[in-house]
Design a protein around this ligand. Structure first.
Ligand code: DP6
Length: 413
């Protein structure tokens, strides 16, 4: 925490939190207000260097209202989700002594002090990559640091991020994370639990294929509400299927068993999209490009007789692909570049982005020709993908030194 003494003081904390991608999907709530899910889920936290939110939370006696700036624009903080997170963190605030100035902010002070929140993503929101998970995880983590909130039980802070956005609870930890759906009506036991650190499965590579043309998609929140109300398949999935695949997926992660991981991951994504189709009115998140990526991976896996890569799709057409190691990731990238070459005006350096160095991928590798076993009657079409982002499993939230709020004005820098 840092405080300034010129005029009224400002104290602030800045944090960074990662995004995550579910490999066993959360879809459907049993309690809308508390965001309690109808099934448990598992995700992989993505490297925050490539995809993350950074948030500064500042307090000062001179602030007259809670205010929020997202990606450079002031937006309303009145929504229930923000208010619920703020209320829950404030109610757990403790006495904090600023290490620099020795100023004491008492538990009572926090009740009347207003916050200024400035948050930004290190990736364009237009890229269609989930930002609410990183955003709420970061907000709740930063507020908890600022207000001296100490967990009374493991996972308590993740349960507060959960009431901002369900998937946000999983971004409170790095590596491989489970969101236990819990049983309690008050949601106390609906928390994230780290299954393994990112280092546990270091070789795993994540490649995100961001598709170009995007129509307005049904939001996850509204989509899952319709699914819960109308899809019998979803209820069967939540009750009968997910509990079993959770056990298998935990084991596959523990044993770094890529073949089992890939099989469950692809099947779960396809089943989630089947429940979307089983919703009335049906929801279509996958488009033709998404389906072509699925067949590309399926053809390759079939030709080799064992999974070479896995795919998963959230509430949108972008593919998140996994490869067991760097060599396979290069082969996967070669295939993507062959079947989905960039638009003619795009350079490869702005087409393949993120942690490209880790792959040591050379342009020569891109002279790929599909082996006969994978089918030769394949089409290539330019510009279907906007870009391809290379990343890997990453760490959880942490506190940063550089702030996004000016300590003399209390406004965004
Ligand atoms: C398809 O967490 O965005 O990404 O809880 O209503 O904020 P709310 O929904 P959200 O839903 C994410 C759905 C998903 C699957 C997943 O991340 O598990």
């Amino acid at each position: 925490m840092e405080a300034e003494t010129q005029g009224d003081w400002v104290a602030m904390v800045t944090a960074r939190a990662p995004t995550n991608i579910a490999v066993i999907k959360y879809w459907g709530k049993r309690n809308q207000k508390l965001i309690l899910p109808i099934n448990s889920s598992i995700s992989i936290t993505l490297n925050p260097h490539d995809l993350s939110a950074t948030t500064t939370v500042a307090v000062s006696p001179s602030f007259t209202a809670d205010r929020l700036w997202l990606n450079g624009k002031e937006v309303s903080i009145e929504g229930d989700r923000y208010q619920n997170c703020l209320r829950e963190i404030r109610s757990r605030a403790t006495e904090v002594t600023d290490p620099k100035t020795s100023r004491i902010i008492t538990k009572k002070d926090w009740e009347s002090l207003h916050v200024h929140i400035v948050s930004k993503n290190n990736f364009p929101t237009a890229a269609g990559l989930a930002s609410s998970a990183a955003g709420f995880a970061c907000l709740v983590y930063a507020l908890a640091q600022l207000m001296g909130v100490r967990e009374r039980y493991k996972g308590e802070i993740s349960s507060i991020a959960r009431i901002g956005s369900g998937s946000a609870c999983r971004s409170l930890y790095g590596g491989f994370v489970e969101w236990d759906m819990g049983k309690d009506d008050d949601g106390k036991d609906s928390i994230a639990i780290q299954l393994a650190e990112e280092k546990h499965w270091e070789d795993l590579v994540v490649i995100i294929a961001v598709v170009s043309s995007r129509r307005k998609e049904t939001s996850s929140t509204l989509g899952m509400q319709d699914s819960v109300n109308t899809s019998k398949l979803l209820l069967h999935r939540a009750k009968e299927i997910v509990p079993k695949v959770m056990v298998e997926m935990r084991k596959a992660i523990k044993e770094r068993d890529f073949a089992t991981f890939a099989r469950i991951c692809c099947a779960d994504s396809n089943q989630f999209h089947a429940t979307c189709l089983d919703t009335s009115p049906p929801i279509f998140y996958l488009n033709d490009t998404s389906k072509r990526i699925i067949s590309m991976v399926e053809r390759w896996n079939k030709a080799e007789g064992t999974p070479q890569a896995a795919y998963t799709f959230d509430a949108g057409p972008n593919a998140v692909l996994f490869a067991p190691d760097k060599a396979k990731a290069c082969e996967l990238l070669s295939r993507l570049l062959f079947y989905f070459p960039p638009a003619s005006d795009k350079k490869i350096s702005s087409y393949v982005v993120g942690d490209v160095d880790m792959l040591a991928f050379k342009e020569v590798d891109s002279c790929f020709q599909p082996p006969e076993a994978e089918g030769t009657n394949c089409t290539r079409s330019f510009g279907e993908l906007d870009h391809i982002l290379c990343t890997r499993p990453g760490e959880g939230p942490l506190v940063l030194k550089d702030h996004l709020v000016d300590s003399s004005t209390g406004l965004p820098i």
